[in-house]
Design a protein around this ligand. Structure first.
Ligand SMILES: [Zn+2]
Length: 366
């Protein structure tokens, strides 16, 4: 396991230890005071403990080396552990909400003590402190899970503060806000669960990569002198740290296999070094002759009239026969087959003696 993962785990363990202490103290004073808001505040912290433990287990399992049965590694285990975390939060939230609503309609006598107030106030301070620490390490290590758990600690501190106010109001004015405060905490627990679940399910289904990554990657590939354009970039993730992809590059049509061999290896190596992405490169050829350029700009002219067409690339034409082929990237909102036929019809009018081959590409990345 690398150093970064070790640091992430160590920081998580510090967070877990603090939370365990908070859970124990809050549970004791909450039960003694018969306060559902303090007890649920403890339950909220307990679900954080569970999710941190599962995160660590997930990090350990997913860093297992690839094997014959799982040649892409075990990174996607992290998604499964995140689903488990979200289900725990949803369950805890639903049970808490039910109990709290009952308490709104049938409030119970509470008996707060000064000790209970001190414990809850100390918990607020501890949560703020641990949130700042965990988030700080998360930013330094660029770990989304640590940043998320640090941010979560801040919102928990606000909830604990609400619990503190509830107890204070109950103690001084004998006003019972227990059920309402409990319901608010429950809603926060449920909300956190839903957010984790949707994010994770999207990752499992396969999401569009951040344009920041794809645009940087394309401009990196375009920075090679021999590359005249980069297209059809696809990326597949097998866990947050294991991404495999393909891209088409356009090179001059008299580039030799020897030169392409060297170029594509150089691109793959530098992309892996800079982005940690395993990239396979495919080739489109292009030509600088006046005849080629003229036909290409005629086609571009036709294509530009269709707003559903995001890009045209891979244009190539044969010298001795009147034949040209190219790719069109079509917007997901448009009917690609309809566009293909319309473009074909237009082209047959503009260049009646040519045969065209149009390939429709998906809009995989920005
Ligand atoms: Zn293409």
């Amino acid at each position: 396991m690398n150093n970064r993962n070790k640091k992430i785990i160590r920081t998580s363990i510090v967070g877990i230890s603090v939370n365990v202490v908070l859970v124990i103290f809050k549970m004791i004073v909450g039960l003694l005071a018969n306060s559902i808001s303090i007890v649920l505040d403890a339950v909220n912290n307990l679900s954080d403990v569970l999710s941190s433990v599962i995160t660590i287990v997930g990090t350990k399992l997913s860093s297992k080396a690839p094997d014959k049965k799982h040649p892409y590694g075990h990174g996607r285990i992290e998604y499964l552990t995140a689903v488990a975390i979200s289900l725990i939060a949803l369950l805890a939230g639903a049970v808490s909400l039910k109990e709290s609503v009952i308490k709104i309609f049938y409030p119970e006598e509470t008996s707060y003590s000064t000790a209970a107030l001190i414990v809850v106030a100390a918990a607020v301070a501890a949560k703020l402190f641990i949130g700042k620490y965990v988030k700080g390490v998360g930013i330094k290590l660029n770990s989304q899970s640590l940043i998320a758990s640090g941010t979560d600690a801040f919102s928990d501190a606000i909830l604990s503060f609400g619990t503190f106010v509830t107890a204070l109001v109950g103690m001084i004015w004998s006003v019972n806000l227990e059920g309402i405060m409990g319901a608010i905490i429950s809603v926060f627990i449920i909300k956190a669960g839903i957010e984790i679940l949707t994010d994770t399910l999207n990752s499992i289904i396969g999401v569009r990569f951040d344009s920041e990554i794809t645009e940087n990657l394309k401009s990196k590939i375009n920075s090679f002198d021999e590359v005249k354009g980069t297209y059809d970039l696809t990326l597949h993730s097998y866990g947050p740290e294991n991404i495999i992809g393909t891209a088409h590059i356009e090179v001059d049509d008299n580039t030799t296999a020897r030169e392409i061999h060297k170029l594509s290896r150089k691109i793959s190596a530098e992309v892996f070094f800079e982005f940690g992405i395993i990239l396979t490169v495919g080739i489109y050829a292009s030509n600088d002759s006046a005849e080629f350029k003229e036909l290409k700009s005629t086609v571009e002219n036709v294509v530009s009239k269709y707003p559903g067409i995001l890009q045209m690339h891979g244009f190539y034409t044969e010298d001795n026969i009147k034949y040209a082929m190219f790719d069109l990237v079509v917007d997901f909102d448009s009917d690609s087959e309809e566009i293909r036929q319309a473009v074909m019809k237009d082209l047959n009018e503009v260049c009646p003696d040519y045969i065209f081959d149009i390939i429709i590409d998906s809009d995989y990345s920005d």
